[in-house]
Design a protein around this ligand. Sequence first.
Ligand code: URA
Length: 261
Amino acid sequence: MRQFAALIHMSDIIRLDKMLGEMGYGTRKEIKKLIKDGVVKVDGNIVRDPGNHINTKVQSVTVNGEKLDYRKYIYIMMNKPAGVISATESPYEKTVVGLLPEKYLNFKPSPVGRLDKDTLGLLLLTNDGELIHRLISPKKHVPKVYVARVRGTVTEEDIDSFKKGVILDDGYRTLPAGLKIIEQGDISTVEVEIFEGKYHQVKRMFEAVGKKVVLLERISIGPLKLDTNLKAGEFRELTSHELELLQEDICLDIFSRISRN
Ligand code: URA
């Protein structure tokens, strides 16, 4: 007799009470009561055992008739507005997490790295700790691209200085960075590509060459580009394609990349 073996990934299996907990249905006790009350169904059948194991890929769970859209991780792209800090909470300031609706808060998303309060643009928020680590680890050199408006005429000399790395106010020499002039003038518009994330890095790099950043917007992190349809303060979940791009190895050889520019 031929045997048919279904492929089961253990990572898709979760206890019913844990699943409901992760989806924000309350404390263990509250969830136990929900299940006991008979309002939780698995594949259309009432279940009474909180320890029931669910295959999240193939089984359907409803609570009071509402289907659970279960996933462990969320990935949100935000076009960060000015005036909001890159934090999960603050007693004094508006935070990027505070801009998200309730349905995302159960997942406990955090911003991936920080943008200054006055910096705009691409911010990723997720609860996937491994991805956060890969994107912000200093060893990974993930490229980040910013558009900056800079007081002062940005010159070819500045491009060379950025390519070599500039010395910041604390004596640190930055890694090589890319600098492209988009518009040269009293206020210049430039694109900057950096491979690390020191405090106020872009602003301090321009200070090192005697110029001042007056507006800063991040437009990409590795392969992820800011969706230009998102207005300041708006956000959306990443598409599966964007997520795949991020899961690929985005470690780069900076030096060959910079010398190509
Ligand atoms: N560099 C800065 O100076 N500020 C930011 O917010 C990001 C990079």
